[in-house]
Design a protein around this ligand. Structure first.
Ligand code: P6P
Length: 349
């Protein structure tokens, strides 16, 4: 009977709006004073604004590069700059956070409340538009966010220490995928839930309650164009995936947009790998803006995330734009890849 009741309860939740869901689950968060809920709500609003622009990208003059580079040395796309400004302005105007770090900004931003004090509790780290090089070819892109409580005293300006916390300290993390439909997928440490935007009325509805990554999968996502530069452990794992044996060969799927590859693996099972290469000796993905939030989501959904040797969430960051090798997805697939990495115990041969 209990199981049937659970199903009815779950059914009742589906189509619950994001706003209703946040209010209903606010008490779950032990520090709940409504600020985190307001923070998630402000991200929801900013995502709608960015979504509107992304969906029109082909029609208005917002494609292409903005003509400048970010600290990563990457061409900033016009939409990168737009998304970065929308999220920063939305978070600043709502006086919920005391600091923001963005992949598109050289340094972190201190935010004072209207009372000119730094007494807000949270800092937000984000990749405002991940995969933006795909915009001009109409491939899905996404926003990734990570939320921590500040560790420096309230009322004082935030410092770099508030941002360089290990991922295990995150109080919330999530992404927005601007795809065939726009979804927000996030966790506050009590499981992962997905909400789909109904563009006709501008409301997100609970479409994927209590998301779980299958423990095993048959999809591997890696840019095999870099094969010759991969560590031997990754080369051996790719050959393992391709071998005709047992339930293999696996399917190779690589969109080149982390949020899209991750989201597919969340639903179908799979592993995403961006290892260190000669071009990117520490890997390409950023620990703070991409790997930590995706690792929290993966682990909350029953999956795993590591650098090939240790949990991503246990890595002590040393700089804002630090890169790490990234293995993330179905637990059994990540563990198998780690086996190959640890067998060679190499970084790159
Ligand atoms: P490559 C996008 O720039 C990104 O950070 C991820 O979204 C994506 O998975 C990866 O880089 C693609 O990198 O080197 O394979 O084009």
């Amino acid at each position: 009977m209990r199981e049937i009741q659970d199903i009815f309860n779950l059914m009742a939740k589906i189509n619950q709006s994001l706003g209703e869901f946040i209010i209903e689950n606010q008490s779950e968060f032990k520090y709940s004073s409504g600020e985190l809920s307001r923070l998630i709500n402000s991200i929801r609003l900013a995502a709608k604004v960015v979504n509107h622009k992304v969906n029109k990208a082909g029609l208005v003059d917002i494609l292409g590069t903005a003509g400048n580079n970010n600290i990563q040395g990457e061409d900033q796309q016009k939409l990168d700059v737009f998304a970065n400004e929308v999220f920063i302005n939305t978070l600043t105007n709502r006086e919920i956070v005391c600091g923001i770090a963005s992949e598109e900004e050289d340094d972190f931003i201190t935010i004072k409340g209207r009372n000119q004090k730094n007494d807000n509790k949270y800092v937000v780290l984000m990749d405002p538009l991940d995969g933006s090089s795909n915009i001009d070819v109409n491939v899905s892109v996404g926003t990734i966010f990570s939320i921590f409580r500040r560790i420096t005293p309230s009322g004082t300006p935030v410092t770099i220490d508030d941002f360089l916390q290990p991922g295990i300290n995150q109080v919330a993390a999530g992404y927005i995928v601007y795809g065939t439909s726009t979804m927000i997928v996030y966790t506050t440490g009590h499981g992962v839930n997905g909400f789909t935007l109904n563009p006709a009325i501008g409301t997100y509805y609970l479409s994927h309650p209590n998301m779980k990554i299958p423990q095993d999968g048959h999809i591997y996502s890696v840019n095999e164009g870099n094969y010759v530069h991969f560590p031997q452990g990754v080369k051996d794992y790719i050959k393992y995936c391709q071998k005709e044996e047992e339930d293999r060969p696996y399917t190779s799927r690589y969109i080149g947009s982390l949020v899209s590859d991750f989201h597919r693996n969340m639903i179908k099972g799979g592993i995403y790998i961006y290892p260190n290469t000669s071009k990117d000796p520490n890997g390409k993905l950023r620990l703070l803006y991409e790997c930590n939030p995706m690792a929290m989501l993966a682990e909350q959904a029953g999956g795993k995330a590591s650098n090939g040797f240790e949990s991503i969430l246990k890595i002590q960051p040393t700089s804002l734009h630090q890169r790490v090798p990234f293995f993330c997805g179905s637990t059994k697939m990540v563990e198998k890849a780690e086996e190959f990495m640890q067998k060679h115990n190499n970084t790159r041969e």
